[in-house]
Design a protein around this ligand. Structure first.
Ligand code: G3P
Ligand code: MG
Length: 248
């Protein structure tokens, strides 16, 4: 078995590409991240009806495109016809709903680190974990840093682990469960990612002492950011690239 790769965990990670400054999960968002000096971004990835890995947060396309309906019922050809930018403002009209391959090309060209959140459509947990991991390994072959895979769905992470054990993984949770040590060990994770509102200083110190990286989402207040970094949190995932300028 190949040994698992590390992920650099920069202090700030742009949420959904470019946070709230651009349409989420689009290349326009990643461009915003580059403009603000960010080295890393997070995005949500799921499968189309014909098993193409693409970027979308919700189960339906309604909120973030000009289309309607369940994402899992649409082929990539259908998803590619949608305008994923116009809802955010006229300046973004015509922005495409990207595939993971589109984003990999952009991130690799810009040396941008990527945290791929595996966000399966309902009922597609295992296959999404497996196919996203395989596609990520293929798209980042030979890259200087691998993509980081994270998910709220343990079944998706387990499938990713079985398919591509060398890709770094993180267990994502809103509230940290009491058995976090067992979960991280079983999934052979490099990190825990949690909602910053549920983290305590004691838990942060325990997670770090156990040898894991720690990322909090979604941190938009500079005072919260300072406090969390002082607790030893490695990375903060933020919507406010303008308020939390990446350092260094
Ligand atoms: O990966 C961190 C964060 O993106 C998790 O929540 O709902 O924004 O995907 P959500
Ligand atoms: Mg996400």
């Amino acid at each position: 078995q190949q040994s698992k790769q590390a992920w650099p965990y920069p202090e700030f990670v742009a949420h959904r590409g470019g946070g709230t400054l651009a349409p989420e999960n689009t290349v326009a968002g990643f461009r915003e991240g580059i403009r603000y000096g960010y080295r890393a971004a997070e995005c949500d990835v799921k499968l189309s009806a014909d098993n193409v890995c693409f970027l979308l947060h919700d189960d339906t396309v309604d909120r973030t495109s000009n289309g309607k309906g369940a994402a899992r019922a649409k082929t990539m050809a259908e998803l590619s016809q949608l305008d994923a930018g116009g809802w955010k403002g006229a300046a973004f009209a015509g922005e495409a709903l990207p595939t993971l391959a589109n984003v990999a090309a952009y991130c690799r060209a810009q040396s941008m680190l990527l945290n791929i959140e595996i966000k399966p459509c309902p009922g597609r947990f295992e296959e999404t974990g497996r196919l996203v991991a395989q596609e990520a390994a293929r798209l980042w072959a030979g890259a200087s840093a691998p993509p980081l895979l994270s998910s709220f769905e343990i079944d998706a992470l387990r499938a990713a682990q079985a398919a591509e054990p060398a890709l770094p993984r993180a267990f994502l949770c809103e509230e940290i469960p009491a058995d976090w040590r067992a979960i991280l060990a079983e999934l052979d994770c490099v990190a825990l990612h949690c909602d910053h509102k549920t983290l305590t200083e004691a838990l942060a110190r325990d997670i770090k002492a156990a040898g894991y990286q720690l990322l909090c989402y979604t941190v938009n207040d500079p005072a919260d950011a300072r406090r969390l970094l002082a607790w030893g949190v490695d990375s903060l995932c933020t919507d406010r690239l303008d308020l939390l300028p990446a350092r260094g």
